[in-house]
Design a protein around this ligand. Sequence first.
Ligand SMILES: Cc1cc2nc3c(=O)[nH]c(=O)nc-3n(C[C@H](O)[C@H](O)[C@H](O)COP(=O)(O)OP(=O)(O)OC[C@H]3O[C@@H](n4cnc5c(N)ncnc54)[C@H](O)[C@@H]3O)c2cc1C
Length: 419
Amino acid sequence: MTKPEVIVYSSTGCPYCEKVKGFLKEHNIEFEERNASLHKEYFDELKARKIFGTPATLINGKLVLGFQEKKLKKLLDLSNTETISTVSETKPENADSIFQPVTDQIFAEVYDFVSIGGGPAGASAAVYAARDKLKTLVIDKAPKAGTLALTHKISNYPGVREELTGLELLTRMQAQAKDFGAEFVRATVLSVDFTDEVKKIEIAEGTVKAKSVFIAVGAKAPSNKIKGEEEFTGRGVSYCSTCDAAFYQDQVVAVVGDNEEAVHEAETLAKFCKTVKLLIPVEKLKGDVDLSSLESNPKVEIYRRHRVREIVGTDSVEKIVILNDQKEEQVWEVDGVFLYLGGLKPGTDFLKDAVERDEDGYVIVDDHLRTSAEGVFAGGDARRTPIKQTVISAADGAIAALGAEQHVNKRTKMLPQYN
Ligand SMILES: Cc1cc2nc3c(=O)[nH]c(=O)nc-3n(C[C@H](O)[C@H](O)[C@H](O)COP(=O)(O)OP(=O)(O)OC[C@H]3O[C@@H](n4cnc5c(N)ncnc54)[C@H](O)[C@@H]3O)c2cc1C
């Protein structure tokens, strides 16, 4: 076959356009891309042809709508070649590849939609928001330590018959959102300001700006404080290594927790501190956690079945009283304590008065999951719901994202999601 003339009409954020382009690249087929989101003339060309969707691929004048691998192969005379897997269809995704480190780029944007939390509520919201063409960012402090991510086996999520871990199910949702153009970063949201139309979300590295926000932080905060915790918060007790590690240069700190978040934070602290003592209250860490880098780090000491009973000091933290794996009480000298313990409370303290919360910290919402701040929604386990299940959180994400779309695009009614 002589070299075919191939034109791909695409649009920004369209996952199927990426599939078509990926397919052509894999087969070394040259093509001209005409992005209809960026260039009105290409949009008009499609309209003139009565084509109202992308990708639309012309191969020697013959049209292929959507990503139809068989048809593309036939028109390109590739029918005898083996099926080659294309981009996201089979691309293995994992939590580590989905979540990117924070870069300055995210502070330059005004996002249409930001989800605080990337569990099933946040991930599902990102699917709907990104698919509705909202510029979407998901911020999660510990992608492998949310409630679903830690759930060993999920067998009641509709449509999923095979045995999956919570993390596998969650990664599928996140990958789907990413296919639609959502961005994911790993960061802890420290505070928010929802007073203006453009809302501000503070992470240690800077301020993220958003037209709408979804609070999807789950309910995994500890229900009880350790003795001394409150007194020394900000004076040796910390919950964020990114924020505070630099204060502990060449000092000794304890990190207390039983999940990936604690491990990740201990790794960060080990770059600054003389010694990091990781206290794991149980024998085995929860969820998908790799301890190997800490085990081989000479600055890190790992103590399993060790609990903190009390945090002691004068002006700042000086000691911790611990109960070791032999049930003996010991006093250890430390300069700081970083706490990552789980519980069953919503971790919404960082919101302060930005939205109304009830006495247990659950965000108060109406039927549309709107909070007391305009353009701010909350859902999943972070709102008081009689049933805490993945499918409920995912449904909340859909409701919130569609409400956010209505808010951002100032529609009087929600967009219907089907014809
Ligand atoms: C032991 C156990 C077993 C379960 N088994 C099942 C089951 O079999 N089937 C089922 O349907 N449901 C099950 N559930 C319930 C289900 O896991 C939850 O209802 C669901 O995960 C809640 O989703 P979410 O998105 O609201 O919160 P989460 O899944 O907890 O996600 C919240 C996310 O927010 C992030 N986050 C929190 N604070 C911040 C912050 N300040 N900044 C940035 N990110 C933040 C967290 O890191 C986390 O990733 C189980 C729950 C438990 C505890």
